[in-house]
Structures are given as C-alpha cells and as structure tokens.
Design a protein around this ligand. Structure first.
Ligand code: PLP
Length: 351
C-alpha cells in the first residue's frame, strides 16, 4: 500500500473472535461473561455522565485506591488501563524493548507475539507438553523477560502458585508478567508473591469475571518502580486511557462483592457440568480453571464441529494453528446456552 510504513506492511495484527452484530447467535467464542454487569455498575456509569465535560483524572486515582484496598496493597502498586490488552502492550516498551529475547509459550494468548513484532522485541517460544501443561522449568535465564498466561489461553490449564513462584524466583534479572485474565474462575493468583518479588507484574481484567468486556478496564499490580515504568509509557502515549464512565463503572464493580462472588461461582458450576456432559459425548476436555473449555473429539474434526455449530446458530472458537487445529474453545454461557450446545452437539456427532 502506497502510504504504509514498512512496519504496518510487515505486522500481522491479532485476529479477534467473530463479533456478529445481528445478535442471532448463542455466542460462546470470545470468553465474555453471560451475566450482565452488577446493577451498581450501571448506576455509577449513569451518574458519571454528569461529569463528561471534564477530562478524567489521568491515573484514575480513586479506582487505583479502590483496587488497592480490595487486594490489601498500596495504591502505588496499582496501574489501570484500557483493557488488560493495553497494559500488556505497555509492558513491552516498559520492560522488554532492547533486551535479550523474551519467553512465552508456543500455545498461549496470541497477542504476545503480535506485540513482540510491533515493538521489535525478539522472542523464543517455550513449548507446552503434549497434554498442554506448562513446563515451568523451561523458563530459564538468560532472557529479556517472560510473559505467561495463568490460566493459559486457549487451553484453560493453570499453574499452581508454587509453580509460578519458581519461575519468578529463577529469573530475578527479568520482569515476569503473569497475565491473570481468567484467574477468578478457580486459579491461584500470584498476588501473595508481590511482597517478596520486585520483578513480578500481575495483569488482570474486568472483562471476564466482572462482565465488563465492553467497558475496557484492566489493571496491573506490581512494585511501585514497575508501576512507574508503566505510567511513564502511558504518559508518553495517551494521558487519559480510561474515560470517566469506565473509571466509575470499574470502581462500582469492586464495591459489589456479593454479585461478583455469586456470578463467578455460577460460571464455575456451569463449566464443570458442561465438561462432564461433553465427556459423555466422547470429547476429550482439558481441565479448565477459566470461563471456557478446550476440547477435541476423535470422531469429528474441530473445524467441522465449529462450522456445523455455526450453522445452527452457536458460535465457538476454532484456531487454524499448529498443535491446536483439532481443538475447539467453548466459552461458558448461561446454563440454558450450554444445554442448547450439548443438544446441538449430540445431533451433530450422532451420539
Ligand atoms: C489471556 C488473555 N489476556 C488478556 C486478554 C485481554 O482482555 P481485555 O483487554 O479485555 O482486558 C484476553 C482476552 O481475551 C485474554 O484471553
């Protein structure tokens, strides 16, 4: 293209899951939460509309304070951003650019590779085991940094706190970014490690367990020096990454613990019921600590499953990539969504 930079010509942007706008699907393809946000969130956003004339506070201090209180840490250890994707992106110039190759798994959130290319950060992929377990001992120095999704995506397989600690402890010269986008669905957060390790950045999101994918709020927890690095990148890019509505809604979400606890418990229960129903249909389903299941079936190719389900109005995610092109990822919907899925699959597979 005539006016494109070499960079734009060479990058391969992330491909998000389909977002059909016509509404007619049971949408189990982008790990959104099937429940609406807490009503307290909606009310807080409505109130914040009165202040839209003014720019938002650039570091969203009230939200940082709220998150710090929630996790029992200092506000200087909290950074907030426009979705966790933005914070993950900021980690590259903040911690990785100009260093030795960074490490991430061969099967993981594909944005890590996209950001590496965008920021010209060299990388090495650490293979998962054949059963998709993460090999913590394979993350060894020297490296320019490490980024790990825990639980991993798109597999849902989690590392224990001890396994995460071993990686952080064995790589004290690098920054370890632990992407905990799905941690609230049963994994063990690395937050208790923050007091011991100054090289740890934990990134979480309100998109999944707090039903706020559309609001775009994520946060990082780390020692104040690393948080300052993220703030320096933000302020060299866009001072106001979170708008007033997002700040107000996110804050209210942390104030409604009862709703958060209830909906995430429900998703975990639906996940376990769905996993056993799929196993009864002959699927091999990985043990998941996320709000999705990663599964394969010996009688039908994953691509065909995806296409046939789409044909009956159910969207799941199929990845045409090495090692995982015979698996599908199925987000956890409502109990009714999942019953409809199982009925459809029974017909498709002929079980
Ligand atoms: C592993 C992982 N990290 C981060 C994100 C980004 O979440 P968000 O930008 O909505 O906070 C996702 C979204 O699907 C994800 O799967």
């Amino acid at each position: 293209m005539k006016y494109w930079s070499d960079l734009v010509s060479s990058i391969k942007p992330y491909i998000p899951g389909e977002q059909p706008q016509d509404g007619g699907y049971i949408k189990l393809n982008t790990n959104e939460n099937p429940f609406p946000p807490s009503s307290a969130v909606i009310a807080a956003i409505a109130r914040a509309c009165n202040e839209l004339r003014l720019y938002p506070p650039p570091m969203a201090d009230e939200l940082r304070d709220q998150i710090a209180r929630y996790f029992g840490i200092k506000p200087e250890m909290v950074f907030v951003g426009n979705g966790s994707d933005e914070i993950l992106a900021f980690c590259y110039p903040a911690f990785f650019v100009g260093k030795a190759p960074i490490l991430f798994n061969d099967i993981t959130y594909s944005f890590y590779e996209v950001y590496s290319e965008l920021f010209s950060v060299k990388y090495r992929k650490v293979p998962l085991e054949a059963d998709f377990n993460i090999v913590g001992a394979a993350f060894t120095p020297p490296n320019g940094g490490i980024i790990i999704a825990n639980p991993n995506a798109p597999t849902g397989v989690a590392l224990s706190l001890g396994e995460v600690e071993a990686i952080v402890a064995n790589n004290r010269e690098s920054v370890i970014v632990v992407d905990e986008a799905y941690i609230d669905f049963g994994g063990e957060s690395a937050i208790p490690l923050l007091t011991t390790y100054e090289n740890l950045v934990i990134v979480q999101t309100l998109s999944k367990s707090r039903s706020l994918a559309g609001l775009r709020v994520g946060f990082a927890l780390a020692n104040p020096q690393l948080i300052q690095a993220l703030a320096r990148i933000k302020d060299s890019f866009n001072s106001y990454t979170l708008d007033r509505l997002a700040i107000a809604g996110a804050k209210a979400s942390f104030e409604d613990e009862e709703y958060f606890a209830r909906t995430r418990r429900e998703i975990i229960a639906i996940r376990e019921q769905t996993a056993s129903a799929l196993r009864q249909l002959g699927f091999v389903v990985l043990p998941s600590k996320a709000n999705f299941l990663f599964a394969s079936h010996s009688q039908m190719a994953a691509k065909e499953l995806y296409e046939k389900l789409k044909g009956v109005g159910i969207l799941i995610r199929y990845f045409n990539k090495p090692r995982i092109d015979n698996h599908v990822r199925i987000s956890i919907g409502t109990a009714q969504d999942m019953r409809d899925l199982v009925v459809a699959l029974r017909l498709i597979i002929g079980a």
